[in-house]
Each structure stands twice: as structure tokens, then as C-alpha cells.
Design a protein around this ligand. Structure first.
Ligand code: URA
Length: 276
């Protein structure tokens, strides 16, 4: 749908905001559909030459089954991510590796890298979907309205950010807060996986559907996964980590009726943290 030509500039601005355009990236608009139409359609990852040789983000079982199409050097980006991430020996090495990594297209439009917040030695690691506008401005995960709710929910079981580590499945803000694509997630996943290995928490919590799908390798929605526990393992972990999923705080802000179910999930996390 195109904007109405009789709109005032204020109405036009509102129209763009409603359509998800909340940042100006270039002085002139670029019609990406025209350039896409001129290019041959990208092949699915599995049909691209060299796909079989590319090290996969070695999450076990494999991440999101969502169909992925990648740019020409998409496989190389994942391979570079695997090498960089595996070379990191500490969480701070991993941050430096991400700062030097240009293989995720989201970096081009983001203001800041948004990596972790909290305690890198915590027994609980939360992984959300991706940074929003406030996180992008501050370079810190979960500092906007969802983060405020996450803090309250953590406090309800006696946790704060000194006892938890918080991160995301992608480390740069998807423009307009869209869901990250399968390729954006795949390219960041080696860093997520290495983060989990380095922190080696007792409990891993996926916040929302996209994080749950990538980390728990499940196809069911978060409504079916919440309240259940799954083993999360990678070759770099000495033993599987107990992982679960929660409704995303942004979803709870829109659907407060689900807070009651979520409260019982938090009690399950508290019990698990208190075991041994
Ligand atoms: N939502 C997320 O999934 N992550 C953030 O960091 C902020 C909001």
C-alpha cells in the first residue's frame, strides 16, 4: 500500500512509522524490489556449492529448520563466524571477535553491537531474540520495556543482573524490529554457541519463539515448549545444559493474561536453580 498523496508531512511520517520505517539509513530511498527482480533468485543453502563442507554452527540437534537463503558469501560468513568464535577463550575475547566480524548484514544498519549484560559467571543464561531500539542506542541487551519486565520477573525469584547473564540470538538490531532471518541467526549462532560454552551455566533460558526454535531445536511454538526442559549440548560442553523456554517479555506486555502461566515457569526455574 502506498501513502496517500494528500497526506500532511505529519501524517506521512506516521504512515512510515506504522509501516515499520523508524530509521533513516540513506538520504535517498532505494527500491530493493527492483534490484532483486534483476538478480537470479538465490538458491537455498542446501543447494549451494560447498554447503556440505561449511562447518555448521554445531548446536546439537541442529538449529531452526526455517528455510534459509543466503547471499553469495553466506556460507563463508558462517565459516568465518565459527572460526572466530571458537578461537575465543573468554567472554571478553568473544566480544572483541564480534566487534571485528562483518559477516552479519544487521551490523550495517545498527548503531551498536549489543552483546551481553550481567555476570559472565552466572548459573543462568537468558537468550532473547534480538536488540530493539533502546538496546541499539545503549549497546546493552534488554534495557527497553521488555528488559524492565524481565528484571521484574527475575526479581520475583530473587535474581538480578549480578546473578544472571543476558544475551540474544542476534547481536545487532534488525531494522524496524523485524524478526531476524534464518541466515542472520545462523551467522550469529556460532557466537551464541561459544558464549554458552564459555559461560557453561546450570540453566539456559530461551526467551520467545525464535530463540527457543534456534536453541532447543524444536519446531513447536513457545506455548508448547514452556514449562518443559531439554538437554542442550555442543561438542565443547562437558555435559548437557538444562534448557527451557519462556514467553518473551514483549509478548507478555501485549498479552498480560499469559503472566499467570509464566509465573509457574519462573517457579520451575527457581526450583531447578536450587537443585544441588
Ligand atoms: N527483545 C529481545 O529479544 N532482546 C533484547 O535485547 C531486547 C528486546
Amino acid at each position: 500500500m502506498a501513502p496517500n498523496i494528500s497526506m500532511t508531512s505529519q501524517e506521512l511520517l506516521r504512515w512510515h512509522l506504522d509501516a515499520g520505517v523508524d530509521e533513516t539509513i540513506a538520504a535517498k530511498p532505494v527500491n530493493r524490489f527492483e534490484s532483486l527482480a534483476a538478480e537470479p533468485a538465490p538458491q537455498p543453502v542446501s543447494q549451494q556449492p560447498g554447503f556440505a563442507e561449511a562447518p555448521s554452527p554445531s548446536i546439537s540437534p541442529s538449529p531452526s529448520p526455517a528455510p534459509a537463503t543466503v547471499s553469495e558469501n553466506g556460507n563463508e560468513d558462517v565459516t568465518a563466524a565459527v572460526h572466530l568464535a571458537q578461537a575465543a577463550e573468554t567472554v571478553s575475547d568473544l566480544r572483541q571477535a564480534l566487534e571485528s566480524f562483518d559477516g552479519c548484514v544487521l551490523k550495517k544498519t545498527a548503531t551498536n553491537l549489543v552483546f551481553t549484560d550481567g555476570n559472565a559467571e552466572a548459573r543462568i543464561l537468558f537468550i532473547g531474540e534480538g536488540p530493539g531500539a533502546e538496546e541499539d542506542r545503549q549497546g546493552t541487551p534488554f534495557v527497553g520495556p521488555s528488559g524492565k519486565l524481565l528484571d521484574k520477573m527475575m526479581a520475583s525469584i530473587g535474581l538480578d543482573r549480578t546473578q544472571a547473564l543476558i544475551s540474544n540470538t542476534v547481536f545487532w538490531r534488525p531494522p524496524g524490529n523485524r524478526t531476524p532471518t534464518a541466515h542472520e541467526i545462523a551467522v550469529c549462532m556460532p557466537f551464541v554457541e561459544r558464549l554458552i560454552e564459555l559461560v557453561d551455566p546450570k540453566i539456559l533460558v530461551a526467551l520467545g519463539g525464535p530463540a527457543a526454535k534456534s536453541l532447543l531445536a524444536q519446531t513447536a511454538g513457545v506455548g508448547k515448549l514452556r514449562g518443559k526442559w531439554f538437554p542442550y549440548s555442543t561438542p565443547g560442553l562437558a555435559r548437557p545444559i538444562e534448557a527451557t523456554a519462556l514467553y518473551h517479555p514483549a509478548y507478555l506486555l501485549r498479552s498480560p493474561g499469559q503472566k499467570r502461566a509464566t509465573w509457574s515457569d519462573w517457579l520451575g526455574i527457581k526450583r531447578k536453580l536450587e537443585e544441588d
